[in-house]
Design a protein around this ligand. Sequence first.
Ligand code: VIB
Length: 221
Amino acid sequence: MTRKATYQDLIEYCKTDWQQYIEHDFVKKLADGSLSMACFKHYLQQDYLFLKHYARAYALAVYKSPTLDLMRKSLPGVTSLVLEEISLHIDYCKDWGLNEADLEALDEDVATVAYTRYVLDKGMQGELADLYAALVPCAIGYAHIGQNLSKIQTINNPYQSWIDIYAGEDYQKVAQQQADFLDQLISEVSIDSQRFNQLADAFKTATRMEIAFWQQGLNQQ
Ligand SMILES: Cc1ncc(C[n+]2csc(CCO)c2C)c(N)n1
């Protein structure tokens, strides 16, 4: 009998992409404060649109849940994003001179469309585990990034408040809950099975989409 899978096996499966995601030049420039404001603002704007679709993906997770117990696990993702986190993001954007009407009027850039619709399509085609395999790189990756950047000391970094959000205990806890839930969903999947490869491919594609999302921000000069 082979070992059952955990989310760490999914990271291991796409190690090179994972490293490129959490150590992207955009992240390095956030860490040392050298990122241009135009790049950061474009990222924040597109992230507003991303978060709206992310909330829809959690709603899809409720729809895809076969039991009430599983529904209870995904519903807080919808309510916290729609009622709190997106509002916090809007407040954060105000500090950068972007108001809600501007955000609502934005065109979606290509990496935003590709990433969000990929996650939703994975969820619609597959089971709850497929959807979470595509959803979770977002939560775990930002938690790793937050941990890494919190160790770097900078003075007057304009992006320090962004780093503090993801390095903070609250966010770290939310990300760990998502990782634990994915572990629960894949707890019967053997690491050498075809099913593992399917789930790992979804995780890997979402990771590649995160790289493209950073690059989209960086391309905005
Ligand atoms: C492109 C992109 N990827 C990941 C995150 C991080 N993130 C997205 S939703 C959410 C709430 C937790 O479920 C968090 C932390 C982001 N903001 N933008």
